[in-house]
Design a protein around this ligand. Structure first.
Ligand SMILES: [Zn+2]
Ligand SMILES: [Zn+2]
Ligand SMILES: [Zn+2]
Length: 324
């Protein structure tokens, strides 16, 4: 049972991951907020798909999401369900068959009812109190109009404020003052993945090419943990003979900070890195990076076809060499 559940969960992660990638490619809003679907619970909508909150919260890092903030939803005080229904009840008999009425109160005798219960003249103006029969002339002096209220259709009680309770999907009743709150994260696409956005198509092309031309198992955009415990986003991971190497694509005009973060990523992961970067960058970093740990592939003109062969050769030599 455990195994089959694990598989389902893994599928769910890759589904969420794929949806986040769609979101990134569409360049639509990078913020993913929870929504409460009455009767069902809390969902996140990514690229038009609704995913139950638990499926995302458990594995959000693997799906390239970061927590940006939180929002709260009211929940049952007994079972913490967020599926709540507001009930408006008669404060006298607690029945819920109520009618909205326009209230009139006769100050002298204290009678209060809906405007339709008072006796009116030919013009439809309030004339007499139905309880004591006295004439009502001036609003605000003889009688008042406090506004809208309710009449219980079961016991006839008239009141301004109904009793409000919340009933959960398991039939527990909570009052407003005892309500619980459930906090849910608001996610955003991780800054690491947002940085990858300009080269995402290239990364996926590389993944397909490695499998197709070299028969090497490759995986694009993967979250892996380094020796320090930090999680890194690898652009492409290459698996061979129980070992792993990575391909990193640096966009054109890469700055020293970005190049350095690739270096520290490689050091923390302790694996060989093939870095694809523009020719100027390649010439510069060739002087400082140790070829035992880094293979630099210059990106000529930024087109995959122009550096494809050099890349395939580099991958091939690493896979072959480390295989021996
Ligand atoms: Zn409940
Ligand atoms: Zn009632
Ligand atoms: Zn009266």
């Amino acid at each position: 049972m455990r195994t089959s559940r694990g598989i389902v969960e893994n599928q769910q992660i890759s589904n969420v991951k794929d949806l986040v990638l769609i979101l990134l490619k569409e360049r639509s809003g990078m913020e993913i907020s929870p929504t409460l679907v009455p009767g069902f619970g809390v969902y996140y909508s990514i690229a038009g798909f609704h995913i139950p909150a638990d499926n995302i919260i458990k594995h959000y890092r693997e799906a390239f999401l970061e927590v940006k903030g939180y929002v709260s939803f009211p929940s049952c005080s007994i079972c913490r369900s967020t599926s709540l229904k507001l009930e408006v009840l008669c404060p006298n008999c607690r029945w819920n068959d109520l009618l909205r009425i326009d209230l009139v109160v006769h100050y002298e005798c204290g009678f209060m009812a809906g405007v339709e219960d008072f006796i009116k003249d030919d013009q439809g103006v309030i004339e007499k109190c139905p309880k004591c029969g006295k004439t009502l002339k001036r609003v605000g002096i003889d009688y008042g109009r406090p506004g809208l209220g309710f009449r219980c259709q079961r016991c006839g009680t008239i009141f301004q404020y109904p009793l409000t309770t919340l009933r959960c999907d398991k039939d527990h009743v909570t009052t407003l003052d005892k309500l619980n709150l459930e906090r849910y994260p608001v996610f955003t696409v991780s800054s690491d993945l947002q940085k990858v956005q300009p080269v995402i198509d290239l990364i996926q092309k590389i993944e397909r090419e490695l499998e197709h031309s070299l028969g090497v198992r490759a995986e694009a955009l993967k979250i892996i943990k380094g020796k320090s415990g930090t999680v890194h986003l690898a652009h492409v991971l290459i698996y061979f003979n129980n070992k792993v190497a990575a391909i990193e694509v640096l966009s054109e005009g890469v700055n020293i900070m970005e190049a350095m973060s690739t270096v520290s990523k490689a050091v923390d992961l302790g694996i060989h890195f093939i870095v694809i970067l523009d020719e100027k960058g390649a010439a510069e970093y060739r002087k400082v990076l140790n070829p035992a740990y880094f293979t630099l592939v210059p990106m000529r003109g930024g087109r995959f076809e122009d550096f494809k062969d050099v890349l395939l050769e580099s991958v091939y030599s690493i896979v072959k060499e480390k295989n021996i």
